[in-house]
Design a protein around this ligand. Structure first.
Ligand code: AHM
Ligand code: MG
Length: 335
């Protein structure tokens, strides 16, 4: 693989040769990547940097924030607010949108992120990550507001994540397939390590938090029960299970070797459609998965077609290998 193509060169070529990325968007992606590099350094230092443990605060979702959640959120905001490429940002860690302050030029893009996904894994030295999604602010002179963000996922113009694991890897789509870049710490830059990522359409591996089984709805229960019966059951093959509890790491495995990931609606909080957030978790991951030839649904509907009603909307998520997602959807349609 071309060891010497940096993220910068890749983006310049996408802009110049393919005309896929306007310059503001290229700048935006580079700034997000720089912020991820800085978060990666903080993650790497761990206890030595005093970044582990809980902060004394809760986020809008009522979840206890970890110190690294807050640090990552601040890094992303500070990196992105002054460059002139953004109109506003939204984050899992902030109740309201963050409009770019008047002292800086306003750009035409909207950036959404989950600054540190998989927070429960921070203190135990397991892979975590940053997820991001980019939308265009709808035309019009009105000041930017939350309503500008409420667009279906198929309107995304860029999406990606950075996984902080044994390697730090940035995974990106601008609508022309999926590319992976590994952080070269000696060079200080992300280097292209895989292009045109393709997910195998069939799989024998599923990812779900099995401890919630008694809370699931019938279609999900039936699907998992059928998988567990392996070669003796209706699927006629043995399945393997993985659950990292960091969506970034589970999705990274699926992009690498296939599989399906499910975080379905369950009865614990029946009024919420699921645990994961639509706009900065399901949409960017759903688009990456589709761009790699996979599928992303709620069980009954394509995730990218959902028009959000609020910023922190939650959603049921089924994504991964195309034929397996279609098979899971069929359990829902049998109801
Ligand atoms: P977070 O954004 O607060 O870290 O929560 C999202 C995470 C996902 O990364 C992961 O798939 C899921 O929550 C794990 O949930 P559970 O603790 O039920 O296993
Ligand atoms: Mg998250």
């Amino acid at each position: 693989m071309s060891q010497n193509i940096s993220l910068t060169r890749y983006l310049v070529e996408q802009q110049r040769v393919d005309g896929l990325i306007p310059s503001q968007l290229r700048l935006l992606i580079e700034v997000v990547a720089r912020a991820c590099k800085s978060i990666s350094h903080a993650v790497n230092k761990g206890a030595l940097g005093g970044v582990l443990g809980a902060a004394e605060s809760e986020n809008v979702q009522g979840e206890i924030q970890k110190k690294l959640d807050i640090i990552a959120n601040e890094v992303l905001i500070e990196a992105n607010e002054w460059g002139g490429h953004l109109a506003a940002m939204a984050s899992e860690e902030m109740e309201d949108i963050y409009a770019v302050p008047n002292r800086y030029p306003q750009g035409e893009y909207l950036l959404l992120f989950d600054p540190l996904d998989g927070s429960s894994n921070i203190d135990v030295n397991v892979s975590i990550g940053t997820i991001f999604s980019v939308l265009k602010k709808p035309d019009g002179d009105a000041a930017v507001g939350e309503k500008d963000f409420l667009q279906a996922g198929h309107n995304q113009v860029a999406a990606g994540y950075c996984v902080y694991g044994p390697q730090t890897t940035l995974v990106l789509t601008v609508g022309d397939g999926v590319a992976m870049f590994t952080l070269d710490r000696e060079q200080g830059s992300f280097v292209l390590t895989q292009e045109n990522v393709q997910i195998p359409p069939d799989t024998k591996e599923f990812a779900i938090n099995m401890s919630n089984m008694r809370h699931w709805d019938t279609p999900v229960k039936r699907y998992v029960e059928d998988c567990l019966q392996g070669s003796e059951g209706p699927r006629g093959k043995d399945f393997n299970m993985r659950w990292i509890a960091s969506m970034v790491a589970d999705v990274h495995r699926i992009l690498t070797r296939g599989g399906v990931f499910l975080y379905p609606w369950d009865k614990r909080e029946p009024n919420k459609p699921g645990k994961l957030r639509l706009m900065y978790e399901a949409n960017p991951m759903g688009w990456l998965i589709e761009q790699a030839g996979g599928a992303a649904s709620t069980g009954t509907q394509r995730i990218l077609d959902i028009v959000p009603e609020k910023l922190h909307e939650r959603i049921s998520v089924v994504l991964g290998s195309k034929n397996e997602v279609a098979h899971i959807n069929s359990y829902f349609s049998k109801l």
